[in-house]
Design a binder for this molecule. Structure first.
Ligand code: SF4
Length: 918
């Protein structure tokens, strides 16, 4: 109930919105909007619950509104189905996918607690509803901008026209006076905001590995899959029916129960019931270990490559002792580089992984004892892993990307591949080796549906090269006025078997404009203390978002964006506007097509990104049709009407929707008529279409089967066409940057990570800890998806945001459960309340990723983030070889009991709002 106690209560907000919607309906101007509910205004009595609860439940019981799809697109990728009950144009209650029978072959796609709080994303008190300008900001740059007041100033409401006039004039001035090196864009490269700036001459972008860690470093060169543009090592694990054939399901760095939605975990539960033993390699004994009665194998953050090298050592030892552990046939037929008899043609070094593991080259055999000192895993557990990775076990070796979001993890993907290949765990029922992540979790393989080509996806080329700031250097580069570039475009752009990177070169940077669309960059870019200084130097900072994020708080213009659930299709209600989100895209699941249909009118004056950018394009004097040739409505319907799914024969595609001339007329589009499975109305009512499966059907998928069946006809994307356990291109790509005097090896050699476990010691040989002795990782948390959902007071109450500390470490520091703790690194400080656990490894701690900062700069020389954002603990530190890496899963910190006032819980603090008019 905390939200109702805020200064601007949810109840009043809902009343206002409902009344506004009812007024529109009464005036007869709701028109052909796809989303207006019918019925009476909400009313009700308390009776122990809030009036809103009583009224909304009564409305449902009396069927005064209707259920509409409300799909969850909030940065998780889980693809669950949610529905909202719409009364008077307001979502008053939520449900999940419950419109049909729940069966194994066609299960309900149920949502997690985050998805069930989606309506707070629409109606929360921090929702941006009108364009806002920071009061002291004036155009012209320099002192006019009063950058020192960012984050502290008052805000004023401004019209769209005035806001866009001012922004356009500043863009034109800065491009004319300073050129493209003065404009920095924090938006995904494929998103429309980047297009506008490319049309104006280009901008400084960022190249950061974000989700995929080191797995995104040209995985094709190893022979791994890359799908949906840049998603590494996905769609190579067997589908959901075959995971039930596994004897062991071994996860590296995964917690699917918190991160991957309900349905994938239901599939894993069925695998457990079929007899699979679950094994988790993790720093803590997490919720998934508990849910699946798994075996926990502890390993310190960033030490997984050492662990896997020891697993290789043990597999070789066991194979020598008794045979039948290593799948030699698989290694010799499908891989290169395991031994010197099977090297790739382009090898420049006469070395291989098996001899490296034995210690032939460096005199260090990678024994379990060697690894145990680094990773903290017991010798017995390493041998256990080697046993179950053996060829005669049906083992699925799965990873998320958490273990690769660590400095020095450059060789982890190749080490993971090598272990999987040694056991021959590819191309067979019950065996797998690959990623289990997001929408691909527990049901992998090519998708069973596809969308047609759409109009409106024009991406203009970058006008100049080397325009990306790499990895954690964004704010430091602003302060330095220069950055170092190692690639012509972003690190993911070049996917062929060639060099992507080049020798590091210095590039100029003259920061005047910071342009942020759809990215909460202040809260997610590494180095919050640098941010607080760097944000002051710009002439103008623009932020477009749905809510008052930290980025919005520190901007000059706050532009209110549409959520995926809002739309206006009636010109008499304001501009016709459809949300950015394209139906389905990659955010559904293999067999799930979601009805991502906007269900309510825009809140306040919120507008879609493309509406804003088209208006801005016109104001800067460019031809809108050249930059944004189609409105999102065209793209939206192209996607939807063009959607087709694979028929039961596994070969032919069928249209999802029946479409008529009348449909095109009704929605004002020009999509041609077609026969399909259902009408648009039926699709919207159901909220989704789930393709019916059954064991042994034509949709069945075994990862790598085509390659294993015929490696010549179906080569892997590496230079050799095989899986490269020695990969010259990998080594060349790292080494060409010349950032590390010690060349990386073409195989998975061990690297002592920058800011890893070893660096937590002042004296490694004598095991004397240093000033920052605790390794902290920043895990995904059930309360939010990155920074999305963190404003939900329901989730804040359900999942408080502590720092998780090992019981021995806490006792050593006199910290008790619930105590407020000061977490400090070499770069910054934050406060959190302690959650003391025995289920997290000694010497490690965990701070959930993505919290909203509460900056306490009352002492400018001793800034403390009272909100618990991990970025304040982060410095401009790049990884050993891959400068683009966001290595935030091993921060070196110290913990101490805080001697100031105890920290209140997040749900007890005021919401972040720019002002009553925001
Ligand atoms: S698991 Fe992800 S997609 Fe599913 S409801 Fe939760 S946040 Fe939304």
């Amino acid at each position: 109930m905390a939200l109702l106690e805020k200064k601007v209560g949810r109840r009043n907000f809902l009343k206002g919105s409902a009344a506004a919607a009812a007024a529109l309906a009464a005036a007869g101007i709701s028109g052909c909007a796809p989303n207006q509910g019918e019925g009476e205004k909400l009313s009700g009595t308390d009776g122990g619950n809030t009036p809103h609860q009583v009224a909304s439940d009564t409305a449902i019981l009396e069927e005064r509104g209707r259920w509409v799809p409300m799909c969850c697109n909030e940065n998780c990728g889980g693809g669950c189905v949610n529905r909202g009950y719409l009364v008077d144009g307001v979502i008053v209650r939520q449900a999940t996918d419950d419109t049909r029978e729940d069966t194994d072959n066609r299960p309900q796609q149920r949502s997690c607690p985050r998805g069930r709080s989606l309506r707070q994303q629409l109606y929360n008190v921090d929702r941006l509803k009108y364009p806002m300008k920071r009061k002291s900001w004036q155009p012209g740059g320099g002192e006019n901008s009063h950058g020192e007041l960012r984050g502290k100033d008052e805000w004023e409401r401004i019209s769209w026209d005035d806001a866009l006039d001012l922004i356009a004039a500043e863009l034109k001035r800065v491009y004319a006076d300073y050129g493209p090196h003065a404009v920095m864009c924090n938006s995904w490269r494929w998103q429309p905001a980047s297009n506008l700036l490319r049309a104006m001459g280009g901008a400084i972008m960022e190249s950061n590995t974000e989700s995929f860690g080191t797995w995104v470093f040209k995985p094709q060169c190893l022979g791994l899959n890359v799908v949906w543009g840049d998603h590494a090592d996905l769609a190579t694990v067997n589908d959901r029916y075959d995971i039930r054939n596994a004897e062991y399901i071994v996860f590296l760095g995964a917690n699917t129960v918190w991160c991957n939605g309900i349905t994938p975990n239901y599939y894993f539960k069925l695998a457990q019931e079929a007899g699979a033993q679950f094994v988790y390699i993790n720093t803590s004994r997490n919720a998934s270990v508990a849910a699946f009665d798994g075996k926990w194998i502890p390993a310190r953050p960033g030490t997984d490559t050492a662990l896997l090298l020891a697993v290789m050592y043990e597999m070789m030892r066991l194979d020598e002792e008794r045979g039948d552990v290593i799948d030699w046939d698989f290694l010799n037929t499908y891989c290169v580089g395991f031994d010197l008899d099977h090297m790739p043609e382009d090898a420049e070094l006469n070395e291989c992984i098996s001899e490296y593991v034995k210690g032939i080259y460096d005199g260090i055999p990678k024994t379990p004892e060697w690894a145990s000192e680094i990773c903290g895993t017991s010798v017995e557990d390493i041998t256990f892993l080697a046993e179950i990775m053996g060829k005669n076990n049906k083992t699925m070796f799965l990873h998320s990307y958490a273990a690769s979001r660590v400095n020095g993890a450059e060789n982890l993907p190749q080490a993971f591949l090598t272990v999987g290949a040694m056991g021959g765990h590819m191309g067979k029922s019950g065996h797998a080796c690959g990623a289990s992540y997001s929408f691909d979790t527990a049901d992998s393989g090519p998708w069973l549906y596809e969308y047609a080509d759409v109009r409106g996806n024009t991406r203009l080329p970058d006008p100049y090269e080397n325009n990306c700031i790499e990895g954690p250097m964004w704010w430091k580069s602003v302060l330095d006025g220069k950055y170092v570039s190692t690639c012509v475009t972003g690190h993911r752009e070049n996917t062929d078997a060639a060099l992507t990177f080049h020798k590091a070169k210095e590039m100029p940077l003259d920061p005047h404009i910071l342009f942020g669309f759809g990215q909460n960059f202040a809260q997610t870019r590494q180095g919050l203390n640098d941010f607080l200084k760097a944000i002051q130097v710009f002439d103008m900072v623009v932020a477009c978002d749905i809510k008052s994020t930290l980025t919005v708080q520190y901007a000059d213009f706050a532009l209110p964006a549409l959520t995926a659930w809002e739309c206006n299709d009636d010109p008499s209600d304001g501009p016709v506007d459809w949300p950015l989100y394209r139906n389905g895209d990659k955010l559904s699941r293999r067999d799930l097509i979601r009805a991502n249909w906007p269900c309510v009118k825009p809140v306040g004056e919120a507008r879609s990104d493309v509406w804003i950018l088209r208006a801005l394009t016109e104001k800067v004097g460019l031809n809108v049709e050249d930059v944004f040739p189609y409105e999102f409505k065209t793209t939206f319907f192209d996607n939807l009407v063009g959607c087709q799914f694979l028929d039961k024969d596994g070969v032919t595609y069928k249209r999802l929707l029946t479409w008529t001339e009348e449909d095109s007329q009704k929605w004002g589009v020009d999509n041609p008529p077609q026969e399909g499975e259902m009408t648009l109305e039926e699709f919207i009512h159901a909220g989704c279409y789930v393709i019916e499966r059954e064991p042994g059907d034509n949709y069945s998928f075994i990862g790598y089967k085509d390659f294993v069946d015929d490696p010549v006809a179906n080569p892997r994307p590496s230079r050799s066409g095989k899986l490269e356990l020695y990969c010259q291109l990998k080594a060349d790509n790292f080494n060409v940057m010349e950032l590390n005097p010690e060349p990386i090896k073409p195989y998975a050699n061990y690297i002592v990570p920058v800011d890893g476990y070893e660096a937590s010691f002042a004296d490694w040989d004598n095991k004397v800890k240093g000033e920052f002795p605790i390794q902290m990782y920043n895990h995904h948390y059930l309360r939010r998806s990155h920074t999305s959902f963190d404003n939900s007071s329901w989730l804040q109450e359900a999942f408080v945001n502590p720092v998780f500390i090992n019981a021995d470490d806490a006792a050593e520091r006199d910290i008790a459960d619930g105590d407020t703790v000061l977490v400090r690194s070499a770069y910054g400080k934050t406060l959190r309340n302690a959650c003391v656990l025995s289920s997290i490894m000694p010497g490690t701690a965990a701070l959930p990723h993505g919290a909203h900062s509460v900056i306490d700069d009352s002492d400018p020389d001793d800034v403390i983030d009272r909100g618990g954002n991990e970025q304040i603990l982060y410095g401009p530190v790049q990884s050993n070889y891959f400068p683009h890496l966001g290595g935030y899963n091993s921060l070196l910190v110290e913990l101490e009991k805080y001697d100031g006032a105890p920290l209140q819980e997040d749900y007890e603090r005021d919401p972040f709002i720019l002002g009553d008019e925001a």
